[in-house]
Design a binder for this molecule. Sequence first.
Ligand SMILES: [Ca+2]
Ligand SMILES: [Ca+2]
Ligand SMILES: [Ca+2]
Length: 260
Amino acid sequence: MNLKIPVLSLFLSCVPVIGAHAAIVQFDDRSVFEANAGAVTLQDFEGFAAEVDAFEDAAFDFGDFSAFNGPNAFSGGDIGVPPAGGNFGSTNVIIGATFISAAVFELTFDSPISAIGFDAGELADQRSDRIIFDNAAGDVLTVFDPVDQLRFWGFISDTPFTTLTISQIGFSSGGGDGDGFTIDNLAYAVVPEPSTGLLFASGLAMLAARRRQGSQRRPTKGRSARAAKSPFEPGYARGSMRPSVHGWILSRGLDRGSRP
Ligand SMILES: [Ca+2]
Ligand SMILES: [Ca+2]
Ligand SMILES: [Ca+2]
């Protein structure tokens, strides 16, 4: 049956992360990730100028999120085209570097997101890197990929989060420290939330409508009412009241003297 193929594909391309919270599902296929993540926004970094250390020891604002990489003496914290032989060819990427005792790589979103995915080159090919979702459950996912040098990493969390951190927890090969990587084609799903601003605005509109209705029913009071007493007093609305001037004169019997 046809049904077997997508079911098997889904099974092979998403790996539930079993843990105390079991809140994250990992995907290694972008199309399956996007089918499950809902509407995603894509950032390919082509709209940003190449800059060495653009976000090293400082946050760089990419719009919906900012990036930060801890201090390092290597490629890491950069926006740019990776060195010749890199996995992304001539396309713009962001470059990170982590160290077991120091630098970490962080993405911080302005609004909570429920899903994030990206193509990564050389992520966790040398060390045991871990991906930390800064959500209420404090989920930690350790990734290790010694074979694939360019692949998709996708994660969907049932707990919205705003920060993704990549750090190291140990050595997976050799004795050296440090692990560099490149990230591109970042896709993320912003959690739709009821807009408190919208609710507040509609409340104000209702209040204004009630006040308008009330003022239409209420008799004229105060200064405007006094001004309407006589067309000869300052502040009398002459333009709109002119037709009634004669009526006012008649009511006071003031026009008798003008009669022949
Ligand atoms: Ca650097
Ligand atoms: Ca790119
Ligand atoms: Ca690496």
